[in-house]
Ligand binder design. Structure first.
Ligand code: NAP
Length: 421
């Protein structure tokens, strides 16, 4: 970014450095607080960045159109149209995604679906493409240009409204890809090879990440975009409510852990909220000191962004080779004495395997229920991101350890070191 900014400042075409300076100051005033959000808010912050990038692309495209029209060759007009369409829909789509992830009152987090939704959406997209085609053939029809912005703006809202629940991360990375593609188009319009390369990189990596995430959640792309995923949450909840759960104290948990020879720790969003990773490191040290084999099971969508758990555990200096991907560690759970779930919920929910009406049905999970004993640290019986009940908590082999993740792990560590001493 610094190279791009300095390169631009050296460009001879700049007429007024005052405007550039105002832009830099404004950007810094908005950017610095944006960069300082809590780690758990990074997904919605990333969505906001996409929105700003896409808005910028749309504005530049619009300016270029009015500067050049009507002398715009067909290829250039086609690229410019694509730039503006992708930019506008990514702008509103990303704002919607950020609002959903921030759990604002509107739009609702759950998917909003209605009959004929895909038809309506495709109609908006087709309309935008028709307007683009007319402008390619008749760039002098400048009155049509605003439609090229406003139709995709509405389409962006309609595109995200039916998506919710666990599909949001995939959508964020897809929007990232759109923002990158629109920037690449802008590179063609401005004849900037740097922009074309950076945009294409962003576009393709965002797309590949979306595909990887869809695979990790066992969902097809079309299902993510058109499936109205998660709308049946009410039907999936409420079945297990009255059942009792078994709970245990830190002292009991410590004695179960110290009797184990193989322990798998499964961290989730709650560990991030509680910032418990350093205490988890202490627990790891205390257990390995006793000769216990401790490994970490990492679900690809644990937490609120790709790699969330890896980053937190690396911050606490937990050896990277102890972090096992889901496919690897799942084969080990039947030989594991204790699966210790720390603030994870959806990624361990066995309903994903069996309950067809569940919004997370089909998502591969960490098979913690196959371990001999499961211990779950969480504050209460609160639901996870998908908002559904977790049958894991009512199984015979499950013990609930109620408390804040940082405090509870700390208490177990104290018990363990007290016992060792
Ligand atoms: P989760 O299903 O959201 O569950 C987190 C659990 O942590 C909650 O049930 C909560 O229960 C507990 N918790 C919250 N604060 C806590 C604290 N201070 N101490 C202890 N426990 C605490 O988390 P997950 O299992 O990691 O699953 C991630 C979910 O987020 C998936 O549904 C995924 O699709 C979605 N998602 C992922 C990404 C991504 O890219 N990774 C992005 C967006 C969404 P209590 O309230 O009872 O404590």
């Amino acid at each position: 970014m610094a190279l791009a900014i300095f390169g631009t400042l050296l460009y001879h075409g700049i007429v007024d450095y005052k405007l550039v300076a105002i832009g830099l100051v404004l950007g810094a005033v908005i950017g610095v607080p944006l960069g300082n959000v809590a780690m758990t808010a990074v997904p919605q912050r990333t969505a906001l960045s996409h929105a700003f990038g896409a808005l910028c692309v749309t504005l530049v495209g619009t300016a270029e159109f009015y500067l050049r029209a009507p002398d715009i060759p067909p290829f250039m007009m086609a690229v410019l149209s694509l730039e503006v369409i992708l930019g506008s829909l990514t702008f509103t789509g990303s704002l919607m995604a950020a609002a959903k992830l921030q759990e604002l009152r509107w739009p609702p987090q759950r998917p909003v679906t209605y009959k004929g939704q895909n038809f309506v959406n495709l109609t908006f997209l087709s309309l935008a493409i028709i307007v683009a085609a007319i402008l390619v053939l008749h760039p002098e029809q400048t009155r049509l240009f605003p439609a090229l912005i406003f139709i995709p703006l509405i389409f962006g809202v309609m595109l995200i409204i039916p998506i919710g629940g666990a599909d949001m991360p995939t959508v964020i990375s897809l929007l990232n890809s759109y923002a990158g593609l629109s920037a690449a188009m802008m590179g063609f319009v401005l004849n900037s090879k740097l922009l074309i390369i950076a945009g294409a990189l962003d576009g393709s990596s965002g797309f590949i990440l979306s595909v990887i995430m869809s695979k990790a959640m066992n969902r097809s792309f079309t299902n993510v975009l058109f499936g109205g995923f998660g709308q049946i949450q009410a039907a999936a909840t409420g079945q297990e409510e009255a059942k009792p759960v078994k709970s245990a104290t830190a002292e009991e948990a410590a004695s179960i852990l110290s009797a184990a020879s193989r322990v798998a720790i499964v961290p989730g969003y709650g560990m991030a909220v509680a910032q418990a990773q350093h205490k988890v490191r202490e627990l790891y040290d205390a257990l390995t000191k006793r000769g216990i084999d401790v490994r970490f099971g990492i679900h690809p969508v644990a937490g609120r962004m790709p790699g969330h758990m890896n980053v937190l555990l690396a911050e606490a200096d937990i050896p990277y080779d102890k972090l096992m991907e889901m496919d690897v560690i799942n084969g080990d759970f039947p030989q594991t004495d204790v699966a210790l779930v720390i603030g994870a919920n959806d990624v361990t929910n066995p309903a994903a395997r069996t309950v067809q009406s569940s919004p997370i049905y089909g998502m591969p999970i960490l098979d913690v229920d196959k371990a001999r004993t499961v211990m779950v640290i969480k504050r209460g019986m609160g639901a996870g991101f998908a908002g559904i009940e977790n049958p894991l908590y009512y199984l015979d082999g499950t013990l609930m350890l109620f408390g804040d993740a940082k405090n509870f792990v700390g208490a177990i560590v104290r018990e363990l070191s007290g016992g060792a001493g």
